[in-house]
Design a protein around this ligand. Sequence first.
Ligand code: ADP
Length: 318
Amino acid sequence: MPVASDVIVVGSINADLVIRVPRLPRPGETVSGYNFKVFGGGKGANQALAVARLGGKVRLIGNVGTDDFGAMVIKGLASGGVNVSLVEWIPDVHTGVALIMVDESGENAIATAPGANRHWATRGAPYFRNLFQTCHPHTTVILQLEIPLEIVEAVTAAARDYGLRVILNPAPARALDDELLRRADVITPNRHEASELSRMKITDLESAREAARALLNRGVGCVVVTLGGEGAVIATRAGIFHAAPFEVKAVDCTAAGDAFTGGLAVALSEGLDLFSAVKFANACGAIAVTKEGAQPSMPTRAEVEELLRTQSPPIRRI
Ligand code: ADP
């Protein structure tokens, strides 16, 4: 395995509380479910675990409450190989939670409470500048949008100042200003997030290409729009390309994007060129959809290498 440089993920950490129900309840109604499980979740935590499973050296910066959910999710991340020494335990605040109901057809209803994910009082711009100053210049920093935007701004500005690679997964969907976009070397929106960011509706490969082009023109280093079972569109200054998907049997699409962004970070940090890195990330996303859940479905290195050995979907200029 090639030697990877460090990855730092700054983002959310949640406990996902999942009940399987025969059907989703209507307002005011109680539905008796089949079983209840608690999983580690949150885009930051998922992506950190994706990096660790793929063999990357990863530190997660985020917050949990001093409750049982916090202890449980941090234990899961640590045993999965994520360095959690920079996670803060915030007193008198609950760990971020997502209450998830899933019915027999796979349809879900979700309510989230960010809790500790909103508490960054001790870690503003000086904290990140101090940290990044001591990092190897080939470090990759990954962010998403489940933490306050001012933290995302502070982290990207500090990472830029010290020349670290910034991958921004702009999820969940929202508009962002050009100043923030310009600080990202790569952004990895899905179809919905790319529509929201570009204000252009994405319905097919052509509209994805035009939205990716528009985002590139706003100053991002490189745009990779993930298109679920249709692979990904890559927009760079050298042109726009379509990376065809791997063929797999999809059973649960949860966290495919997290596997993709984690995989892209690992591949780039190992020195792969952009196309090879997107192919690697496509394989990671594809494996994630073959398994249920978020963190349990993050692929291992061996699974990705096996898929890369058996399939080689093309990357073509579009
Ligand atoms: P998100 O989970 O953020 O909505 P996507 O659904 O776009 O992200 O999926 C991310 C990546 O995962 C895709 O670009 C693709 O590489 C892979 N992927 C997702 N669904 C499938 C599928 N049905 N078959 C093959 N690959 C898939």
